[in-house]
Ligand binder design. Sequence first.
Ligand code: IPM
Ligand code: MG
Length: 360
Amino acid sequence: MPTLRIAVLPGDGIGPEVCAEAVRVLQALNLDLELYTADVGGRAIHAHGTALPEPALRMAQEADAVLFGAVGTPEFDKNPSASVRPEQAILGLRKALDLFANLRPVRTFEALLDASPLKPDIVRGVDLIILRELTAGAYFGKPQGQFGEPPERYAVDTTHYTEAEVRRLLIMAFELARARKKKVTQADKANVMATGRLWRAVAHELREEYPDVSYEDMYADACAMHLLRNPRSFDIIATENLFGDILSDEASMLAGSMGMLPSASLGDALNRHGYRRGLYEPIHGAAHDIAGQGVANPLAMILSAAMMLRWSFGLHAHAERIERAVERALNDGYRCRDIATPGARVVGTREMAEAVIARL
Ligand code: IPM
Ligand code: MG
């Protein structure tokens, strides 16, 4: 088996703790790994004055895949107008690697039904993917900024989409649906936004090419509501960058916790293995309130590593081994604090990873 060349960018807060455990799970699979690592985010700002130093970016560009922890620090959260910010690391990587499609699978584990604040009957059997556009929209549109002086300050964000950006994301949505439950829901605000109307128009053209896939338009606000009312009705939710960010945090509560949700960010470029180059990260943040205590849930990061094996290396059987081991650890009662219900066996980051490794 050829060498898997992976850039590990742990970042801030709990990022390094959960990354280390995901790497241990990969090592337990006896894969031929070549790991590189670099500072990104807040810690890179302190050491190098920028969130995404050139060597880290180059490392990510030269790797077959990137494992990314989390970025963000309290000092910058308190100062949102700082021009150098930890988040620039992840936004810069997404853009530089052209990772336009962000897959955020949400599936509920039977053992965790009680961990969700929603009723078990609502969340049982949920299996959907939020497919979020990741390199355009309000996150990158120009102009952006705050202008003027008090009391006449004003601020501008620009939601900008080209037809090509919309189409490539929607093609991914239809292709994914074809291999799953054959349904695409496109969430937009076509009733208010011009970009929403463009998304809808492009989707309507494309659906003709996928007669085997059922398609529906949905306003993003209604989608937020249906996600709680009837989450089983979804298969692929395709949506723009900002709505995808919001809907995926909401959807994480179906699975019980942000600590359970992995993600894959993919582009069209292929790596040396002939699969998509990708960046794999949990959807949760740096969680400084619990960093360094060894209590963070590593499962989102571990499941992200499984997605990496599947999407960037074609190692489906290995990916499934990880996913089944996670399920078994949960079935055997292991819980990190974020998913613990009264009476549960609460374990720390390391112990949870060990429970997974023991069940590979
Ligand atoms: C996410 C995060 C990021 C985003 C932040 C850290 C910039 O919330 O990946 O969902 O908004 O995309
Ligand atoms: Mg987010």
